[in-house]
Ligand binder design. Structure first.
Ligand code: NDP
Ligand code: 8X3
Length: 293
């Protein structure tokens, strides 16, 4: 049955006059529109934009004419992401090295962002991930440090530095990327689950603190999504990474990016506080339907 409400109806001509490529995974969801895009010329700052959700988000926001500022440690990958975002229709796509685990790097990144714009419309705190899946007894301190430095402290650092560019900008949106791991602990996930539970608490506290400013604060919490996440978690072991998704149809980076666009493009009086998105095959962390291969 056809969807009754389509915020991006198909039209022969794009009212913004910009041409947008329909090529690329998932972007055919944003064909030329009758209505102007609510994200056209909006400044969207994305951390962890060199792969996975962040890279896909750059393209999806770009497809709606946004201007994207992209940060991560791998600058060559960021440059490719910016090119793809421009090809999709981004009004601007700029990149700068960012290591969210280093306060000085975050300060330099935000100072650079200010050379492009005094205000940010959408901040996506996405940089992060998991390292290791060992039980606490066997886990490594350097892995704990990675997980807390990125998912928790990095998110705090970036948010504190960017907030002055948002508080005078009602209708702007902070989207933190959490995880179902922050909502239910699992064996082998003590530090990652704690880090993402930390992200959830930070989101909830900030939502309270910013009430009255018009700034929206949201968490988007995915389940299994096939990106570089598992490869990073298993430290380059491709077989172990592949096994995570064996026999299931996981989320893609495109699925999550599309959701981020939807969250950010609600009318300014609507805040999607908390959104959980999982593959249909994953009813809960431990309840996964795997087909024989
Ligand atoms: P990817 O590994 O594909 O992407 C992670 C991104 O984070 C990369 O761009 C990486 O860039 C960046 N990053 C890592 N460390 C740093 C750092 N110190 N400073 C700046 N950037 C950093 O995985 P996903 O896209 O899947 O992950 C994105 C987010 O989604 C993470 O927060 C993850 O925890 C979360 N998540 C993922 C799920 C999944 O199943 N895939 C499910 C739920 C949540 P670089 O290495 O170039 O710095
Ligand atoms: C990633 C989802 O279940 O692998 O955050 O922790 S899970």
């Amino acid at each position: 049955m056809a969807c009754q409400y389509d915020p991006f109806p198909i039209a022969p001509n794009d009212s913004s006059g910009r041409t947008r490529s329909l090529a690329g995974g998932g972007l055919a969801r944003y064909p030329a529109r009758l209505m102007p895009s609510p994200l056209a010329d909006k400044w969207v700052l994305i951390t962890g934009a060199s792969s996975g959700f962040g890279e896909a988000a750059a393209r999806h926001f770009g497809a709606l004419g946004a201007k994207v500022l992209l940060g991560a440690r791998r600058v060559d990958r960021l440059q490719a992401a910016a090119q793809a975002a421009k090809k999709a229709g981004a009004a601007a796509a700029e990149v700068h090295a960012l290591d969210v685990s280093q306060t000085e790097s975050v300060k330099a990144f935000v100072a650079w962002a200010k050379t492009h714009t005094p205000t940010i419309d959408v901040l996506i705190n996405n940089a992060g991930g998991a390292k290791g899946a060992d039980k606490l007894a066997d886990a490594r301190e350097e892995d704990w440090q990675f997980m807390f430095e990125t998912n928790v402290l990095g998110l705090l650092r970036v948010t504190q530095a960017v907030l002055p560019m948002m508080t005078g900008n009602p209708g702007s949106t902070i989207i933190n990327i959490g995880s179902i791991a922050g909502r239910l602990a699992y064996e082998g996930g003590s530090a990652y689950c704690a880090a993402k539970a930390g992200e959830l608490s930070i989101t909830r506290a900030l939502r309270l603190e910013l009430c009255g400013t018009g700034v929206r604060v949201c968490t988007v919490d995915p389940g299994f999504a096939q990106t570089e996440f598992a490869l990073v978690r298993f430290k380059g072991d491709a077989e172990k990474a592949k096994a995570v998704y064996k026999g299931i149809h996981p989320l893609s980076a495109e699925d999550v990016a599309e959701t981020l666009v939807w969250v950010a493009s609600r009318p300014s009086h609507v805040c999607i506080d908390e959104l959980v998105i999982k593959p249909t095959d994953q009813a809960a962390i431990y309840k996964i339907h795997r087909r024989p291969e």
